[in-house]
Write a protein that binds this ligand. Sequence first.
Ligand code: PGA
Length: 237
Amino acid sequence: MRVVKGGSREEWADYVAEMLIARLQVRPALRLCLPTGLTPVPIYERVAAAVAAGRASFRETEVFLLDEFGGVEPDDPGRCDQMLRRFLLANVNLPDARFHRFRLDGDIEAECRAYEQAIGAGCDLTLLGLGGNGHIGMNEPGALPDSLTRRVDLAPETTAASARYFAHDRLPTWGVTMGMATIMRSEEIWLLAAGARKAGIVQRTVREDVSPSLPASLLRSHPTTLLIVDDDAGREI
Ligand code: PGA
């Protein structure tokens, strides 16, 4: 895992956004896995501005949503697909048919199998946030390296942290997520962290033993993962 220190939060967001814009320019049919959470929001704003300015396009791109909360209404603004639409997809020219997301009102196991099939040999590029407990997507501590897209229980701290997305107190206790193996099939992975509250978990991700007890550490076995931190998130490494 190569560590890139991206400077201030603004510089970090500029850096990641420009790298993503460059990838879209070189490979317009990019197969891209995208996360939600607060970390990528400033990056998505910059990429949407680049699309509006004609510097990049999603017309041929395929987007796979990393994970989704279970047990919430399909139109809840706190759902991951709703957040990705709001922060990015509503502002770029991705055809809706190429936005892959989870429908959780039917057979969830079949939905997960279909998702794996759609991903196939892997995404070209996967962007990831970093959970305070080291989770990746909803792969909580204990998630195995060979895990595939599946239903998972959320760690209590992940349920509690989801309160920032929901305008009510019926917080999700489960979700579906691409597995660690699904993510590791990606040709490139960018693990993103910004802000002082991530400094401790960034340090653990880089320094602790590679172990399922810290899912982010598993990415160190991937040949091209970049950990891209701003000054605050990277201050302990
Ligand atoms: P955040 O969440 O981007 O809001 O910090 C990251 C995560 O929990 O995966």
